[in-house]
Design a protein around this ligand. Sequence first.
Ligand code: PMP
Length: 295
Amino acid sequence: MFATPFNDRDGYIWIDGQIKPWRDATDHVLSQGLHYGGSVFEGIRSYEGNIFRLHEHTMRLKKSAELLNFKISQSVEEIKDVCKEMLFLNGITDGYIRPIAWRGSERMDLSMEGCTVHCAVACWEWPPYFDTQSGIKLFVSRWRRPGEDFIPLQSKTAASYCMGTLAKTEADNAGYDDAVMLDPDGYVAESSASNIFIVVNGVLKTPKSESCLNGITRQTILQLAKDMGLKAEEDNITPEDLLSADEVFVTGTAAEVTAVIQVDNKKYKYGQITKQLQQAYVALTSDALVLNQAA
Ligand code: PMP
């Protein structure tokens, strides 16, 4: 899918206060970030030079680290400035920004006392994650999302992405685009890296935020639905509810708003409510609307 490996590109990456040539932004192989999932990250999109929800993403980065018991020393404002600077230095207007923070190499037991915390910001041009025009096919995975007593679910930590990569690989191997992951009670939770919405008799429904990452796009869509006068509910969704829904779509910074046209063997139409919310999201992220709102 990607022509150039991510460790072998031109450009610049900010790491621990220094701007380094892309290929030199490295860390030691013995780090808690690599060995014990001690890292947290963000995914942020820039549209025509406007970074969408930069403040919310940066706040979540700091919170993600706190939930894993470590502290990023840079302030929210410092990280936001670095994100803007890196976009500029890499000459990107429409792209994806990846801030990441991880625990260092001071010790290899599981304690984190005395471990340094590193922070880096990279960015690259990234086309839509999915085919947002035709829609995608999902596969209900045997891999589940953990409960809140397994890992802090609102921390966007690499540790949680292990389950996501297992589910995505299973879906890839079965010929699907992505996976539906259930929560420990068997309700629909989310996909490997996006939130799930269904439409039933004109009502929008999404799993409660207790069982998924409360995505920034998810929150934006709930607000847009409210603004459009749509009824929206956060509730438990069973796999049967999903299969009998009129419309299904996923949301995320990378995925944006993408229609789901199939779950397992069940096919769905690319429905009107999905289209309306997709258009509203595109308008919100586009330059024109940002300017209109400012006017
Ligand atoms: N769930 C998971 C597991 C994710 O990885 C993501 C992507 N960050 C989302 C939901 C959507 O979150 P957001 O809208 O904040 O990108």
